[in-house]
Design a protein around this ligand. Sequence first.
Ligand code: BGC
Length: 573
Amino acid sequence: MNSEQHWWQNAVVYQVYVRSFADANGDGVGDLAGIRNRVDYLAALGVDAIWLNPCYPSPQRDHGYDVANYLAIHDEYGDMDEFDALLAEAGDHGIKILMDLVPNHCSNDYQWFVDALAAPAGSAERARFYFRDGRPSDDGADPHGNPPNNWMAAFGGSAWTRVAADDPQWYLGTFTPHQPDFDHTNLDVQQMFAEVLEFWFDRGVEGFRVDAISPVGKDANLPDAPPVADGTDMLQVTWENPFTVFRPEGHDVWRRFRQTINDYMERHPGRDLMMVAEAYMNGRPDLMAAFVNDGQFHQAFAFDLLLSPWVKSEIERAIGDSLDIMRIGSTPTWTLNNHDVQRVVTRLGRASATDPNTVTNNALVVRDSNVDVDVGERRSRALISLAMALPGSLYLYMGEELGLPEVLDVPADRREDPVFHQTNGERIGRDGCRIPLPWTDDPTSAFGFSTVPSDASAPEPWLPQPEWWGQSAVTELDGVEGSTLELYRELIAARRDHATPQGLVAAVIQLGDGLVAVRRGDLAVVTNVTDTAIALDMSDPHLSIATPVFASEGAEMHTPGVIPPDATIWFVS
Ligand code: BGC
């Protein structure tokens, strides 16, 4: 284990989906000024950093993951002065800012891509992307009528789009036709991303969450993908393609990024910058180790807990696999939620959550609305109480501290996610975890999301809020003993108390059926994943001299030696 300590190694990072966090100018869309108004709230929660989902200029066809300019702020969200003001305000509270970097693709509105479309085949403009000649159409009438290969897009349909009926070429977009993939072997692309990193570091950003790393780097020949197994979900096909997923070529890209960061830090002593990789490498600690090392990413999200069913062996595996990354000197990066998956309360509230073979948390797939929200909330409280005790950093997704469930019934005509539209509504997509946050129980201000004059009503927010949304508002939970918001505040503080270097060593231990337990320094944390109370064997060496210091269901801590259903207790010896 690397003994050197960096701020990000055990940080609590709060993910702000900018469009949905807080709307200061009353137009129904979240903005940077809205975040600035709420920095006090984030400071009181105790977070170390904020990760901003992409807030660059964008036509918002994938809500910012289609960047039209990497060096500016989207006008609905504010401008560069507003960004600087947010950085300063956050900095005054000791909160760092991470940006979201999207290297795999840009928007089809990005000037380079506009130029590429206007330029001929073989031009320098097209060389920055993947433009290739099409293959003959099935009837042979059009020599370029079929795509260059059989690759499928992650959000539905072919991954190729023809430039125009009279153009022989097609371009590659791993996600949607609005998101053309960059070719990172191109020198212009390499230089552009180095400049982007430095631009934001100069501004004061401390790091990046790097989006969608798995398809970056392709087999240079772009061969047809082999057939997938029968029954493979249509939105999973892309991720089975060995010629574009987790390619060796990708490592060169991350080594260059890391070099840029290292060089920058050398020129700016005192800066402690980082980048965290987004890729679903659950169950593949070996793969994660290949990306997370001195020459590449500082960290990679451990999505295992976010995907795990509520089953002892699966949770233990998720924790064990992620702890494995410590072997090579990195630290795990836990998370239970993000803007791409169904909220944990809903996921764990499904009857299927206790089925070891359940279809996991994939918002692109799961439609089942048979959810017991109370059970889900209790399990999520137990799970976050377990996760908070683990070594490494923890990424929270806005609103999870309010116990928000997924909103499953967003009307079809209000759905915004390209996943919904690209699949013609066959997949509901991710809007349900992106509903604008409830700050108050007042529906006339979109539950406090929008700041509006006292005599005016807020416009309808960009995604509709359900009428019961106010029940989970910040004002309803703030200061209320046992509320989920207070639980999060307490946990973040408790976690800090136990973040000693010695506490960085952790291991899964066995305390009995139905119990997931982790030992970390003087802390033993036990989660009951069953629906009945379990009496602990207090003579177990891990518990014999231990005192309970924290419980996810506070009042229940007082029955010594008994752990309530779906609950977590921290013991200190
Ligand atoms: C982001 C998604 C986005 C996709 C394409 C992901 O992994 O988290 O929100 O749609 O990349 O950029």
